[in-house]
Design a protein around this ligand. Structure first.
Ligand SMILES: [Zn+2]
Length: 115
């Protein structure tokens, strides 16, 4: 049986995990890089507005970034991952960032920064 980066019908039927083609991965990585670049620009635009119109300083921004970083217990550039909350209606744990409970269908307001 052929194994490796490319799946075959025989491999899929035998339960071998299906892998994406490297070209698809590169294209997805390129799209993610563009998204990250766009988010940097949006963040910078917000920061310039906050500085110019509301007087916040770069030091205040740096302090807040360090405070958020330290919530995880160490200054490691990573945010604290909160466990998924429970559905207020049925009590089951909500899945990922879904705003609809997959068990009972309730629409649940989620913290946009959780996860
Ligand atoms: Zn529910």
């Amino acid at each position: 049986m052929m194994t490796g980066l490319f799946s075959t019908a025989a491999a899929r039927e035998s339960g071998t995990p299906r892998r994406r083609k490297p070209a698809a991965d590169r294209s997805e990585i390129a799209a993610i890089r563009l998204d990250v670049e766009k988010l940097f620009m949006i963040t910078e635009a917000f920061w310039i507005i906050l500085k110019d119109r509301h007087g916040y300083t770069d030091e205040q921004l740096g302090d807040m970034i360090r405070e958020i970083d330290l919530r995880s217990g160490s200054l490691d550039g990573r945010r604290l991952k909160q466990p998924n909350p429970d559905c207020p209606k049925c009590g089951r744990t909500l899945i990922s960032r879904h705003s609809v409970c997959l068990y009972c269908g309730s629409v649940v307001a989620r913290d946009p920064f959780e996860g």
